[in-house]
Design a protein around this ligand. Structure first.
Ligand code: GLC
Length: 433
């Protein structure tokens, strides 16, 4: 063991050079810590696609031509949009940050960009910068704002050579200048990081469209960290963390699970702060007919399980074209908020517990306090295999009553009497010696 450690110690400088000399600043490390403690954020997918009520991939899904799609902004007039209302909703839900799409794969900028005219200001009757309004409301309410930014663009000629998606969209260019596209992205990122106050992070997406392209991440990441050193960079590339990134994200999957073909492989999971993103129904962008809304119980248990992996949950809403968030989702967020109000101590500021979450159990930990979340309402007794930590006390979180337990050479048994069973999550607080 000692020898491995010494070898690793000598290899360390090599890894640091390989990481393009990216040394996070003290402010960045602090921001990472804040992020890890925050545990819960609101994802917002909003764009002119919401007009069609068929998700954010509608341009690709329905093969809408460039010319046809360019008509959409003229119908986008979200007169009922109220940034303060969105931020209050997030706050009430117990969320600590908001990540909103600044430009999605359709290439439409939802902010006042000066380096393209394909923007909310120039092309919609609304003409207002919704990101600006949101940034002001967030600042006022103490909510951090992150920007989602698509690397992939189905609209811009210079996104060339094209990738594997959007090839059925009529009217896409058959030539383009990749270097100009990279310069365009840098210019937009500069705008996003200089006109909207302090930005919590940039959330990249779309890498998978052209896995082997030269995205110039070294320059892009450096630019971001130069402009705002504590701005956290994450990239939804579904691969191992790349130099310059500050957190790792998991799309629609708990870390290490492979529910989807694009799941990040277990061996690619690193030590950076983690974030799982998930939808309330099955869609990111507003989808009128998506009725598969997850139950309050499913949402809360997903948050708990993510925390059990030491990960944040970024839970999504897709606002409607009028600027309102669909009532089912507002109601769901309120329920999650009610739950976290009483149980937040077992989530915020915690780390992953000593065992991996299962369908029945998850564990979070803060110093000597260990929180066992029993997710199976019918469990009369739980068993934690291999548990051998020195225990001072075992109590039910809700009532403070002592829990009958036994530790033997196989693990720990805890009895759950009927009157302590709590719907959704029975929490047991173990204080270690
Ligand atoms: C996928 C989708 C995209 C969505 C993202 C959110 O990458 O392409 O539409 O924004 O997931 O995780």
């Amino acid at each position: 063991m000692k020898r491995i450690f010494i070898t690793l110690f000598f290899l360390l400088p090599f890894f640091q050079i390989a990481a393009q000399n990216y040394t996070p600043t003290a402010a960045n490390l602090e921001a990472r810590k804040w992020f890890e403690d925050a545990k819960f954020g609101l994802f917002i997918h909003w764009g002119v696609y919401s007009v069609l009520g068929d998700g954010e991939w509608v341009m690709n899904k329905q093969n809408i031509s460039i010319d046809e799609y360019e008509k959409l902004p003229s119908f986008f007039n979200p007169v009922a949009f109220d940034a303060t209302e969105w931020v209050s909703m997030a706050k009430r839900a117990g969320m600590k940050y908001i990540t909103i799409t600044s430009r999605h794969h359709d290439g439409f900028s939802m902010f006042d960009s000066k380096v393209t005219d394909y923007t909310i200001i120039n092309k919609t009757p609304y003409k207002k910068d919704v990101l600006k309004e949101l940034s002001l409301a967030c600042e006022k309410e103490g909510i951090k704002l992150f920007f989602y930014y698509s690397l992939l663009d189905w609209h811009d000629d210079n996104y060339f050579p094209r990738g594997r998606t959007g090839n059925g969209i009529p009217g896409r260019s058959s030539s383009g200048d990749w270097d100009k596209y990279i310069a365009f992205m840098k210019a937009q990122l500069t705008e996003l990081l200089t006109s909207y106050g302090e930005i919590g992070g940039i959330w990249f997406d779309g890498h998978w469209d052209k896995k082997t392209a030269n995205w110039h991440y070294d320059e892009i990441y450096e630019l971001i960290h130069d402009l705002q050193p504590n701005c956290l960079i994450g990239n939804n590339h579904h691969e191992g963390v790349k130099p310059g990134e500050d957190f790792q994200m998991f799309e629609k999957d708990l870390p290490g699970h492979s529910k989807h073909s694009f799941a990040t492989k277990s061996e690619d999971i690193g030590d950076l702060p983690k974030e799982v993103c998930e939808t309330i129904n099955g869609s990111w962008g507003f989808n009128l007919k998506d009725r598969k809304h997850k139950s309050d119980k499913e949402l809360i248990q997903y948050l708990v399980k993510a925390a059990g992996y030491g990960s944040n949950l970024l839970l999504n809403v897709g606002p409607m074209p009028n600027g309102k968030i669909q009532p089912e989702h507002v109601a769901a967020l309120k329920q999650v908020g009610d739950w976290i109000k009483t149980n937040g101590k077992t989530i915020y500021g915690t780390e992953a517990g000593p065992f991996k979450p299962t369908e029945q159990l998850a564990a979070t930990q803060k110093g000597k306090q260990l929180f066992i979340h029993v997710l199976d309402e019918n469990a009369n007794v739980i068993f934690i295999p291999g548990f051998d930590l020195p225990v001072r006390s075992v109590r039910f979180f809700k009532t403070g009553a002592k829990a009958t337990n036994q530790i033997n050479s196989f693990g720990m048994l805890i009895d759950i009497p009927e009157n302590e069973k709590t719907p959704v999550d029975t929490i047991i607080e173990i204080t270690l010696k």
